[in-house]
Design a protein around this ligand. Structure first.
Ligand SMILES: Cc1ncc(COP(=O)(O)O)c(C=O)c1O
Length: 397
């Protein structure tokens, strides 16, 4: 299907609806993206009304609208609304899914080398608690995830495949649908960290074939901080342990027993900040109106241009490798620490971030990287901003 590129006029409009683009160049979308104004306004309006009306009273008034959030998220990732739980962030989502599994000593978990620190800590904790075996699949020399190695690592003790769609500190996109095919062929559970991908790349849980997926709201979705969601495929919901309970986890209860509710909301706390839920909903709505295919096309266009420009600057080394690269651009500058580069750019109102060695431990250790500059692009960024950033970097180098 042909994708219609976002026009200059559309980008201008989108930027005029994003107050943060006025005074700064924001290349830290992988940290937290700039939200559209409507996301902020929705939350502010709700909080004002809440202060006047009362928390429970306003919640009752907005009940149907709040509930619509699960529906819209399901639409975005091609799931069912009953498969979505709203949580605070991607780490919470991943933890709820992963710790809901039951492991036996000797069970094998296969992961990519691109896992984020939260996931690595969960894995190490399971190693301590259950004596599971962790097998890490490294990228090949071209920076691609080696599917044949994944398949070769599977044994009759393999209990889980857990990979990250787009890592925190590198530009490559993992072939998650091909990984899903392998998981299905061998009947192995598949947990996907889509923290950096939902909102950047089309994500279709049916096409990918994952059983569980962890997502955050504040990054490429452009939603509020403190928002995120967990997808759990209907057929496996009953096989996951429920880790925490409140009165809405269950469909019925008596003094002897209870029945857990029949959807993924069993995995979320009932008590949450409704302003954040509405903010997330607006962000998803905003994205659906633009179209994720168009977003992904522009992210690829801008980040390809950015990498080309960076590679032409003497003293800059771009680290991203792989056949498919997205909006997370990582590099080092000779003679300067990543921290220095970030600080210097900040004085010019340019936001970039650091990729710390710990944050993607397996990958950074293997590559011998102890910290990189991460400049992450989204669709609302522009060619002119790329020029400006490269000019500044050339001046420093
Ligand atoms: C790939 C990846 N997974 C998981 C996380 C954790 O997300 P959160 O901070 O929303 O818990 C991050 C955060 O940067 C990430 O980049």
């Amino acid at each position: 299907m042909e994708v219609k590129p976002l026009t200059t006029e559309e980008i201008r409009l989108i930027r005029s609806e994003t107050a943060g683009t006025l005074g700064r160049i924001h290349f830290n979308n992988a940290g937290a993206s700039l939200p559209p104004d409507v996301v902020v306004q929705t939350m502010v309006d709700f909080l004002r009304e809440e202060a006047l009306l009362g928390g429970y009273e306003i919640e009752a008034k907005y009940r149907a609208q709040l509930d619509h959030t699960h529906e819209l998220i399901a639409q975005l990732v091609n799931a069912n609304r009953n498969e979505i739980a709203l949580v605070e962030n991607a780490s919470a989502a991943w933890d709820i899914a992963f710790n809901g599994l039951t492991f036996q000593p000797g069970d094998e978990l296969i992961v990519s080398e691109m896992e984020y620190i939260s996931n690595i800590l969960g894995l190490l904790n399971a190693q301590k608690q259950y004596s599971v075996v962790i097998k890490v699949i490294s990228n090949d020399a071209a920076g691609n995830f080696p599917l044949t190695e994944l398949e070769a690592a599977i044994t009759d003790r393999t209990r889980l495949i857990a990979v990250t769609h787009i890592p925190s500190t590198a530009g490559n996109v993992l072939p998650v649908a091909a990984i899903g095919e392998i998981a299905r062929k061998h009947n192995i559970l598949y947990l996907l960290d889509a923290c950096q991908s939902v909102g950047q790349v089309p994500v279709d849980v049916q096409a990918i074939g994952c059983d569980m997926m962890a997502v955050t709201g504040r990054k490429y979705l452009r939603g509020p901080r403190g928002s995120g969601f967990l997808y759990v495929r209907r057929e496996i919901q009953d096989t996951l342990k429920v880790l925490f309970f409140d009165g809405r986890t269950i469909s019925s209860v008596n003094q002897q027993d209870f029945v857990v509710r029949a959807d993924a909301r069993r995995f979320e706390w009932y008590e949450k900040n409704p302003a954040i839920v509405l903010g997330l909903q607006k962000a998803v709505e905003y994205l659906l109106n633009i179209g994720i295919d168009r977003v992904w096309q522009r992210v690829q266009h801008l980040s390809t241009l950015f990498r080309q420009r960076l590679q032409a600057i003497e003293g800059i080394e771009v680290h991203d490798q792989g056949d498919v690269l997205g909006g997370i651009v990582t590099f080092s500058a000779t003679g300067m620490t990543a921290k220095d580069v970030r600080a210097k750019l900040a004085t010019k109102n340019i936001n970039v971030h650091l990729g710390l060695a710990n944050s993607t431990l397996y990958y950074m250790n293997r590559k011998g990287l102890d910290g990189i500059v991460r400049a992450s692009i989204h669709y609302y960024n522009t060619e002119e901003e790329i020029d400006r950033v490269c000019q500044e970097l050339a001046g420093m180098a």
